[in-house]
Design a protein around this ligand. Structure first.
Ligand SMILES: Cc1ncc(COP(=O)(O)O)c(C=O)c1O
Length: 461
């Protein structure tokens, strides 16, 4: 790493951070009783360096499933730089060359979908879909079909509307009152089976959605919003038969299906999109994090033509089109970085690598179960994996969250950054999370698994 500028700067930077920066998802008190905030200053490939020159292997792609193609990609930086000096911004009521090219390339990967609406964050992309559902309700259903269903344990973002659609009670706590018209359906985590007598858990979990629809009245419900594989709620891969039944239910009751691909999208699970594992036909697909791997802020709300048509059917009505603007949805840096990000994934065969390395990592986690009884379950798809820690495999009592965090801390001491579900589902912040960049090699995975092995031994003996 380049340490030239560091010698004189370190303490002043750390002190400025301590004095003025408000970090996300962070209790700051320890920074005033001895601990320093971690400041990351450089990245290359799978590795990052902190301000003290300490090297880490990043097994969480920038902390939150984002840097899919790894750090230090000069081709993305160069493409963005060239675009910025030519044309950096104009409001997205007009077009731009990068947004046009990226939309076309993206839609090629999404058969059945056709329109891309640009904004800046996953939360915002989801808000756009919620607004579209509400406007469709006003324009086409006389105010009926306005409710939006979301699932227990899923997360869709940080704004008040997204939290209203949030199935993680600890994330939501203290931020209410929430927006009306969002209704929860049960989770589908088979390891925590709510229907032990059911013959087929997947069908039972999907039927639980139908029960909510019948209770609320199908004519009140406009959309069902789901993560294809739940991320921060515990890395939950829906059980067999679940998605097919969910799709049938949506068709039967004319409910639009909104898939939140903010985490799974753009290769994370070994396919372009998580929903493509399950033969689903969505009406909305939202995406953000990996779209430009964090080289620029970009999110997309993608719809099919059926949805798009509902907003251009009556040009004589001055309120009938989608009257939404996201100022920075007009930045050209996002789609420019996203075009290059897609090219890298294709040219370097990163989907294939993700499948292979994901299988290898999952097998390695399963092997760790032989030596560590605290691992109750491992699950995931591609390079999107979780290991749920329990006090007892029989009772499945969730592991004390302080101990789960101790494992994360020990891995960092060993030079590997992993994650854990955090302030998410009360009592169930007990799943270790792994999401290395899609470029991970066997050696990287071995290093990650070895750190987890050592950390589990250090914390639990
Ligand atoms: C599934 C999912 N949807 C939406 C979001 C919100 O994205 P953002 O933080 O970019 O607003 C997140 C963030 O973690 C997420 O995990």
């Amino acid at each position: 790493m380049n340490t030239q500028h560091l010698a004189n700067d370190v303490s002043s930077i750390v002190e400025a951070d301590r004095a003025h920066v408000w970090h996300q998802l962070t209790q700051h008190a320890p920074f005033f009783t001895g601990a320093d905030p971690r400041i990351i200053v450089e990245g290359k490939g799978m590795r990052v360096w902190d301000i003290n020159g300490r090297e880490f292997l990043d097994a969480v792609s920038g902390g939150v499933w984002t840097v899919n193609v790894g750090y230090g990609r000069e081709s993305i930086a160069n493409a963005v730089r060239d675009q910025l000096v030519k044309m950096n911004y104009f409001a997205a009521s007009t077009g731009s060359i990068p947004s046009s090219i990226f939309s076309e390339k993206l839609i090629e990967k999404m058969p059945g979908m056709s329109r891309v609406y640009f904004s800046n964050s996953g939360s915002e992309a989801n808000e756009k879909a919620f607004k579209m559902v509400r406007q469709i309700s006003h324009k086409h259903h006389g105010g009926k079909k306005s409710k939006i269903l979301y699932r227990d344990r899923d997360y869709h973002g940080t704004t008040i509307a997204c939290l209203s659609a949030g199935g993680q009670d600890e994330r939501n706590a203290q931020y209410g009152p929430f927006a009306p018209g969002f209704v929860s359906v049960p989770h589908c985590l088979e390891y925590r089976n709510q229907y032990p007598d059911a013959e087929d858990y997947g069908i039972a979990a999907a039927n639980a959605i139908e029960e909510v629809i019948l209770r609320e009245g199908a004519d009140t419900i406009g959309a069902l919003c789901l993560e294809p594989i739940t991320a921060g709620g515990g890395v939950i891969v829906p059980p067999k038969n679940y998605w097919k039944r969910v799709q049938e239910i949506c068709k039967k009751y004319e409910i639009l299906l909104h898939i939140d691909e903010v985490v799974c999208g753009i290769g994370r699970t070994g396919k372009w999109f998580g929903y493509q594992h399950f033969d689903i036909e969505p009406d909305f697909v939202t995406m953000a994090k990996g779209v430009a791997s964090g080289y620029a802020a970009i999110s997309c709300t993608v719809t099919n033509e059926k949805v798009f048509d509902l907003f251009k059917d009556d040009p004589s009505d001055k309120l009938s089109y989608f009257r939404d603007i996201s100022t920075f949805g007009g930045c050209t840096a996002g789609p420019t970085a996203a075009i290059e990000n897609l090219r890298i994934i294709e040219d370097e065969n990163l989907l294939e690598n993700t499948q292979k390395m994901g299988d290898y990592c999952l097998a390695g986690l399963k092997e760790l179960m032989n030596n560590h009884d605290v691992i109750g379950d491992v699950r995931g798809a591609g390079l999107f994996l979780g290991a749920e820690l329990v006090e007892d495999r029989e009772t499945k009592k969730p592991m004390d969250e302080a101990k789960v965090q101790a494992v994360v801390g020990k891995c960092a001491e060993l030079g590997v950054l992993i994650g854990a579900t955090n302030r998410s589902v009360p009592g169930f912040n007990n799943t270790l999370c792994l999401s290395p960049a899609l470029i991970a090699t066997k050696a990287d995975i071995d290093e990650i698994l070895s750190a987890i092995d050592q950390a589990l031994t250090a914390v639990f003996g």
